[in-house]
Design a protein around this ligand. Structure first.
Ligand code: NI
Length: 135
């Protein structure tokens, strides 16, 4: 039941795309991550995911498959939302997303998500982490 200083927690790690847990709220967790360049396209079928930008500017890329009325064809729709310092964005469950940063900037993120949420959904990648250190 002590206050948690977020800026101070960000000084405790440097590895990018590596979530560190700073708090647990029932079945949810608060995690910090330093990110740069591009992550991995993935989705979480059952969980929403909140990203708050503590430092820098985040590009959240989204992709959905739209069913067309011709011969069961699908058309991928892709768009981007720019999330500035001090802003947050919620990624809805089931929507493919890929966080990116601009011009090589390192961005500091606070995420709020379920403990059960997998880092890269059902995708396995060299960036995928299965355990988040507690700091
Ligand atoms: Ni995600």
């Amino acid at each position: 039941m002590k206050p948690i200083n977020i800026k101070e927690k960000f000084t405790k790690f440097n590895k990018q795309w590596y979530p560190h847990q700073i708090a647990v709220v029932d079945d949810m967790q608060v995690i910090l991550a330093k990110v740069q360049d591009e992550f991995v396209w993935h989705k979480h079928e059952e969980e929403d995911e909140l990203f708050y930008v503590q430092k820098g500017t985040l590009e959240m890329h989204f992709r959905t498959s739209v069913q067309l009325n011709v011969q069961n064809a699908n058309e991928a729709k892709e768009w981007v939302e720019i999330v500035k310092e001090g802003e947050l964005i919620v990624v809805p469950k089931g929507v493919e997303h890929c966080p990116k940063t601009q011009n090589g900037e390192e961005v500091h993120l606070l995420l709020f998500e379920k403990l059960a949420t997998k880092h890269t959904g059902e995708v396995t990648h060299e960036k995928t982490q299965t355990e988040y250190p507690k700091i």
